[in-house]
Ligand binder design. Structure first.
Ligand SMILES: [Zn+2]
Length: 284
């Protein structure tokens, strides 16, 4: 994503901060719409040979693009957690490779998955007086973050731009209705693109749209259609997307009754009731 297009207001804001060297040492970027791209752009801004805004062409900018610049480290969860030894390993790496620059940048993906010890070990590094460490914590769900992160990092919200996302998908070749729906259930161009290009998503969403149409005229017919839906939604991830699509489609046609039933069905599904039974409960 081109960050200047995706988040023009934030782009302008951070451009000023870079120019005046007023970047804070710890940021919490909430919302997936361009937050990673912004963090990468700022990382370049910290190290680039040109002051102000990153040039994109110097040796350092190119190394960063290839993920080969040792003073920039990106951490993502190892399984369900970001472990404290991942942070310790990173800090040890910094200590041994500090020849490019005294500055360091850390980008933490899915900061919701960082445990207390890992968060403390990381945030401690910016409290040392001579510290030139910049930390960008990326998160989708703010409510899952540890209070220690929320209180010590400066929060910036990355609002989603559904129209931009839909246009992006239409340029990929999706029909407007398909693009609007996919834009509504995803939070970034990467996520939307991955679904659009997957073999299951588009056929599955069509079958679901048909189900929504049928159920409004006949519950019995829709009940029979459930069987046809199942092969399209075999995994947990696919099933979760199915509920999101249903909620949006029912909402579009203002079928409040079915929206409520879908909420209940999703709740059952989260409590491990079989997907089929949950869908059937919407038809009853
Ligand atoms: Zn550069």
């Amino acid at each position: 994503m081109k960050i200047a297009e995706v988040q023009p207001r934030l782009f302008e804001h951070f451009q000023k901060l870079l120019k005046h060297q007023q970047l804070s040492h710890a940021y919490l970027f909430v919302g997936g719409f361009g937050n990673y791209d912004m963090a990468m752009w700022l990382a370049k801004g910290v190290f680039c040979e040109k002051m102000g805004a990153p040039c994109g062409n110097c040796r350092i900018c190119k190394l960063i693009d290839r993920n080969e610049f040792s003073e920039l480290q990106i951490i993502e969860p190892d399984g369900q957690m970001i472990r404290v030894d991942q942070v310790r390993e990173l800090l040890a790496n910094f200590a041994s490779t500090g020849f490019e620059s005294t500055k360091k940048v850390v980008i933490i993906k899915e900061a919701e998955k960082m445990g207390m010890n890992a968060a403390n070990a990381l945030l401690k590094t910016i409290e040392e007086p001579e510290s030139e460490v910049y930390i960008f914590l990326l998160a989708e769900n703010e409510s899952l973050l540890l209070p220690t992160i929320q209180s010590r990092a400066q929060k910036v919200v990355f609002p989603k731009d559904e129209i931009y996302l839909s246009n992006f998908l239409q340029q990929m070749g999706l029909l407007k209705t398909e693009a609007d729906l996919l834009a509504a259930i995803t939070n970034s161009t990467d996520e939307a693109k991955a679904l659009a290009e997957s073999s299951w998503y588009l056929p599955a969403s069509k079958v679901l749209a048909n189900f929504v149409e049928v159920i409004q005229s006949s519950n019995e017919l829709a009940f029979l259609k459930v069987i046809e839906l199942l092969p399209h939604f075999e995994g947990k991830k696919e099933q979760s997307v199915a509920f999101e699509i249903l909620l949006i489609l029912f909402n579009q046609v203002q079928a409040t009754n079915f929206t409520i039933k879908t909420f209940k069905a999703e709740k059952m599904w989260r409590a491990n009731v079989r997907f089929q039974s949950c869908l059937e409960s919407i038809c009853l």
